[in-house]
Design a protein around this ligand. Structure first.
Ligand code: MRU
Length: 362
């Protein structure tokens, strides 16, 4: 049975379980996370991925670190665990946010048992918060789709998305896909152009899998196709997620997002970024020089996985020993972003408007 959530605490086994995204869409497997090491492995190896899910996994990781520690330096151990987790994937700010918040709920004055309890409550609360954020993002984004549907001569509303900012990247519903799910449920005809998203193909493998599960019409396109579709009036809006958005509205997201934003601007197509506030970096302004851009293993570029005779195989698709550059993310400048769809509403990608929605961050 497909679990409606991406991560959960299994009370019978006393451990955390998650969908192992490395094997989708070919196999649906669950991975058990028992320790801090397991949690870090899940994040670095992309068993879990997507900014909000990385954050929640790290929160559970902090809890598991506490559960498995029996020494006398509990607080020191938690600080060490926090730093180690934070170094697992650098770009998504949700990771540092979750780990720092986890540290803030424990205290040297409390007993280890109390601290463990606090960490567990925090992980569960963060998870619930992300679920709520996705729902709210969906509700606000739905209004955009409704308005587009009304103003169009013919349906469906055509939405292009990049990478996977769907339910697998969050806990439920996703960010970029949340408005799409709600529009589909409301009976508004929608169709999603799914960028395959080389090199790991999160679009072709994961977003397509999710949309198929939900019965939402979609078409997978090679990454280079979006511009052509936009020139031929085949895209009404672009909605993507974000791993880290700075206070002045610059958006770090999966590599290739910037090119889609450029093409959208050139064709007068609205380009929206759907993100929870946990993906906003309140300490950064510019982002171009400050956001750490993850560089991943060249094997993601040189090797391709696929199904042959019902078996999963890995193939090399480039000349042997070719030099490879594999940047995981790029930064889209705020001027190319039509709006940010957050859990508090939609705003322009500018400092004043972001802070108007989140006045407590002023
Ligand atoms: O490297 P990944 O697969 O973790 O990258 C994910 C993305 O870029 C998503 O678009 C982003 O995390 C938004 S998640 C709702």
């Amino acid at each position: 049975m497909i679990n409606p959530q991406t991560i959960w605490y299994n009370w019978e086994k006393n451990l955390v379980e998650t969908i192992d995204q490395r094997y989708l869409p070919f196999r649906y497997l669950i991975l058990e996370i028992r320790t801090l090491e397991d949690a870090r492995f899940a994040i670095t190896e992309m068993v879990v991925r997507g900014a909000p899910l990385i954050g929640v996994t790290a929160a559970y990781g902090m809890y598991l670190a506490a559960c498995n520690y029996s020494g006398d330096d509990f607080y020191e151990e938690m600080l060490r665990a926090a730093e180690w987790l934070k170094s697992s994937r650098p770009t998504a700010v949700n990771l540092a946010f979750a780990v720092n918040e986890a540290l803030s709920v424990i205290s040297e004055k409390c007993t280890t048992t109390q601290n463990k309890q606090q960490l567990f409550v925090f992980a569960e609360t963060l998870k619930q918060r992300e679920i709520e954020f996705s729902k709210k993002i969906g509700m606000y984004g739905l209004e955009l789709i409704k308005a587009t549907s009304k103003s169009k001569k013919s349906n469906p509303v055509q939405i292009l998305t990049h990478c996977n900012a769907g339910r697998l990247a969050t806990i439920e519903l996703g960010t970029a896909t949340a408005p799409v799910y709600l529009a589909h449920q409301a009976g508004i005809p929608v169709h999603v152009w799914v960028d395959e998203t080389r090199p790991r193909n999160q679009g072709a493998r994961l977003t397509a899998w999710e949309l198929a599960e939900a019965g939402i019409p979609y078409t997978i396109i090679p990454d280079n196709t979006g511009g052509h579709l936009m020139q031929h009036n085949m895209v009404d809006m672009v909605i993507v997620g974000s791993d880290r958005t700075t206070l002045n509205g610059n958006v770090a997201n999966k590599i290739g997002t910037y090119l889609k934003a450029l093409a959208a601007a050139d064709n007068g197509i609205p380009f929206y970024v759907a993100l929870p506030s946990t993906s906003i970096d309140w300490n950064l302004n510019d982002g171009f020089t400050e956001i750490p851009i993850e560089q991943r293993d060249g094997r993601e570029v040189s090797m391709m996985e696929g199904l042959l005779d019902n078996q999963v195989h890995e193939f090399r698709i480039i000349p042997e020993k070719s030099p490879i550059a594999n940047y995981g993310f790029d930064v889209t400048p705020a001027r190319l972003v039509t709006g940010l769809i957050t859990e508090r509403g939609i705003c322009k990608a500018i400092r004043e408007d972001i802070l108007n929605l989140f006045p407590e961050k002023k």
